[in-house]
Design a protein around this ligand. Sequence first.
Ligand SMILES: *[C@@H]1O[C@H](CO)[C@@H](O)[C@H](O)[C@H]1NC(C)=O
Ligand SMILES: *[C@@H]1O[C@H](CO)[C@@H](O)[C@H](O)[C@H]1NC(C)=O
Ligand SMILES: *[C@@H]1O[C@H](CO)[C@@H](O)[C@H](O)[C@H]1NC(C)=O
Ligand SMILES: *[C@@H]1O[C@H](CO)[C@@H](O)[C@H](O)[C@H]1NC(C)=O
Ligand SMILES: *[C@@H]1O[C@H](CO)[C@@H](O)[C@H](O)[C@H]1NC(C)=O
Ligand SMILES: *[C@@H]1O[C@H](CO)[C@@H](O)[C@H](O)[C@H]1NC(C)=O
Ligand SMILES: *[C@@H]1O[C@H](CO)[C@@H](O)[C@H](O)[C@H]1NC(C)=O
Ligand SMILES: *[C@@H]1O[C@H](CO)[C@@H](O)[C@H](O)[C@H]1NC(C)=O
Length: 466
Amino acid sequence: MNPAQEFLNTSLLLSILVFRFCISLDTISPNQPVKDGDILVSKGKTFALGFFSPGNSGRRYVGIWYNKVPEQTVVWVANRDSPLNDTSGVLSINGHGNLVLNGQNGSTPIWSTNASVSSTNDSMAQLLDSGNLVLVLPDSQRFTWQSFDYPTNTLLPLMKFGLDRRTGFSRYLTSWKSEDDPGTGNYSYEIDPIGYPQLFINNGGSPWWRGGPWTGQRWSGVPEMNHNFIFNVNQDEVTIVYSVTDPRVFTRMVLNELGIIDRSTWHEARWFVFWFAPKESCDMYKECGTNSYCDPYNPDKFQCTCFLGFEPNSTRDWYMGDGSGGCVRRQGVSACRSGEGFVKLARVKVPDTSIARVDMNLSLEECKQECLRNCSCTAYTSADETRGGIGCLSWHGDLVDTRVYSNAGQELYIRVDAVVLAQYSKKKGLLKSKKMLAVLVVSVAVMLLLLVSTGYWLVMKNKRGK
Ligand SMILES: *[C@@H]1O[C@H](CO)[C@@H](O)[C@H](O)[C@H]1NC(C)=O
Ligand SMILES: *[C@@H]1O[C@H](CO)[C@@H](O)[C@H](O)[C@H]1NC(C)=O
Ligand SMILES: *[C@@H]1O[C@H](CO)[C@@H](O)[C@H](O)[C@H]1NC(C)=O
Ligand SMILES: *[C@@H]1O[C@H](CO)[C@@H](O)[C@H](O)[C@H]1NC(C)=O
Ligand SMILES: *[C@@H]1O[C@H](CO)[C@@H](O)[C@H](O)[C@H]1NC(C)=O
Ligand SMILES: *[C@@H]1O[C@H](CO)[C@@H](O)[C@H](O)[C@H]1NC(C)=O
Ligand SMILES: *[C@@H]1O[C@H](CO)[C@@H](O)[C@H](O)[C@H]1NC(C)=O
Ligand SMILES: *[C@@H]1O[C@H](CO)[C@@H](O)[C@H](O)[C@H]1NC(C)=O
């Protein structure tokens, strides 16, 4: 081989390599699959896609992880429920423009996207810097499929979470089975549209933790929630999107194998958890039975308390510290057209709104009147806390899964009979008169002090004058 030819060959090889490198960096095209061992990196080098084995597992999964975080942190898994047992996996675009994962047995895919693509020949998959893997038609730049629509256990910024009411399509998180198995676990984190929509963690389909309804500023059961998100609730959708304040800070929300949802940021070489739920027993769904509330702040006291006007359903169980039987309205009284009214419980997570009714056109006062008129109405509050309260949320039946917080939360107005109302008003009046008495005593004392000191000053002045 002469040097010129050698040079030509080398440069040809180089250019092929460079060319391949350039176009394969963040995309999968029909003639450019991803084999086990290959890694796709997004343009800004934030995320990587490839094959991995979680924890102590030897099985192979296609996943997306942070490219710059040294401790491999997987944010999405394609074939979570159908792992490969070897390194024969190939992720490619098939003849129908879908992304498919094949193992040794080539013909039947282990996993595939199910986009309906019409112009089948030029579909391309691209890993975006947001962590979203998208299937695009290059001519139209239209996404025919995106991994953000099928989250696993992680919610990333800019990912839409919640329900499309027009199609019924829901984007929700499901836990891994274990640290070694990303398969679909028992816990899900989702928005339930029944009644007045609420956030839930379900365990095997049953409520486990209730984030509650959206209050206009936050979830009712997350009083400490901060503000960097966009919530959309209208006829078309009930969704939330966490925004990014600083794209250099990696932040994520994860539903773990134990049913705990947390938010964390990558900070000083570790994931720093700044929020999680559930935190304590009062957070667990129905920790206290119906018509009672959970109060974790007095360690000497049983944490369940019947609402005013209610008494334990089973007195014996209740005083043994078992609140699950809940409370019933006091015997022999009526709270229907017999002088009843409402008492306020402050700083609460409102009861389960799956049986609540909402009317955004009513003010709080109109809400009260409406509730008072209807004997089946057991409690009410504002539907939206913003601007001093908008709309009317009312419950008709038992009040389920309520708790109080130490320094934040909504106000709940509970229907009580005339006797309880009178006692409550008297107590409130007494409290008021006690307060007034205290103010009176203090002002008299201050006046006396002033008089005495003025007198003293006058006497001294007279003495000095003499
Ligand atoms: C991997 O092995 C398990 C158990 O041996 C088997 O059930 C599964 O079908 C295998 N998966 C593949 C893709 O061959
Ligand atoms: C491959 O396919 C054959 C026939 O369909 C089946 O018997 C065999 O178990 C498969 N092997 C794996 C590893 O899935
Ligand atoms: C494919 O579509 C079905 C139903 O439309 C959905 O349940 C499934 O999660 C989708 N799978 C993927 C990988 O997109
Ligand atoms: C590829 O797509 C173009 C336009 O979408 C179409 O005209 C052409 O027939 C397609 N080719 C094949 C092989 O499907
Ligand atoms: C999920 O729940 C079922 C039934 O309670 C249980 O048998 C199984 O072990 C649970 N799975 C995990 C991963 O915890
Ligand atoms: C009260 O207890 C009875 C018997 O245990 C039960 O059937 C009923 O549902 C309870 N009522 C409430 C409001 O929980
Ligand atoms: C609420 O008000 C809007 C506009 O003022 C009106 O279109 C709508 O019908 C009202 N809804 C109810 C339930 O009264
Ligand atoms: C009271 O409220 C219930 C439940 O929303 C409703 O079905 C019923 O019609 C109302 N009754 C009256 C008299 O408005």
